[in-house]
Design a protein around this ligand. Sequence first.
Ligand code: AMP
Length: 277
Amino acid sequence: MLVVRTRAALRAALAAAPRPVGLVPTMGWLHAGHVSLVAQARAENATVVMSIFVNPKQFGESTDFEKYPRSEERDFARAEAAGVDVMFAPTVDEVYPPGFDTVVSVGAIAHPLEGRARPGHFDGVATVVALLFSLVSAERAYFGLKDYQQVQVIRRMTLDLALPTTVVPCPTVREPDGLALSSRNARLTPAGRMVAPVIHRALVAGAEHVRRGVREAASVRGAVLAVLATEPSAVVDYVSVADPDTLKELVEVEGRALLSLAVRVDDVRLIDNELVS
Ligand code: AMP
């Protein structure tokens, strides 16, 4: 695995790389979710590029950015074992050199849910992903559906800006008890780790309500909240029942629905979702 740290070195590494190229953008602290994205990229491309960059522009609270787990040595070993060919691990100044002053801001799809809870978050995501797409010019880029809204925001941006990279959504990888893998799980206490699976249990209960024919979105939300309430240390940020395409809140569930939520456990903010179709 070739490790490159500058924009120039990345471009040079890719000039001679066999095509097609698959890109897997991450913030590091790699887990089996990231590895599944690499596996799919590996299967579909001749060259696999991973980026590891904890992007300050997508963090609202600087403490959350500072507390984000980091370990290059561990990540590089995992990435190489998973089949990454080129690792782009730049510094903040390399990504945002002095004078950097552009923001990529996606519209309506970026406003509800995570966009409302974390002002500026998706501007940060879209800006860095646009830059990565420009630097790598990959045929495909792989993103996890655990971050469902992020996939939608990046798809919108790619379409609107006619970027030549195809966005490939990948399924959520979970622990055996249902907890979605996340780098943030590393910050849970042992007690918090025991509580956190309530998130997936709650979403599954909500999805079952829909499948049994419950149509009022408020009832579905109520079913999710009732399960969450069984663990009082899980602090609910939001629970949403939305149209999976527009992410607008539903009143009646008629066809497909996206059940999504953000919950704090041990003051660690965790998100997850379940698509009902
Ligand atoms: P992150 O390092 O958290 O920014 O995630 C990098 C990429 O991995 C994003 O596209 C995430 O959606 C994806 N990802 C994170 N967790 C999971 C998971 N449990 N299953 C599948 N993909 C994931």
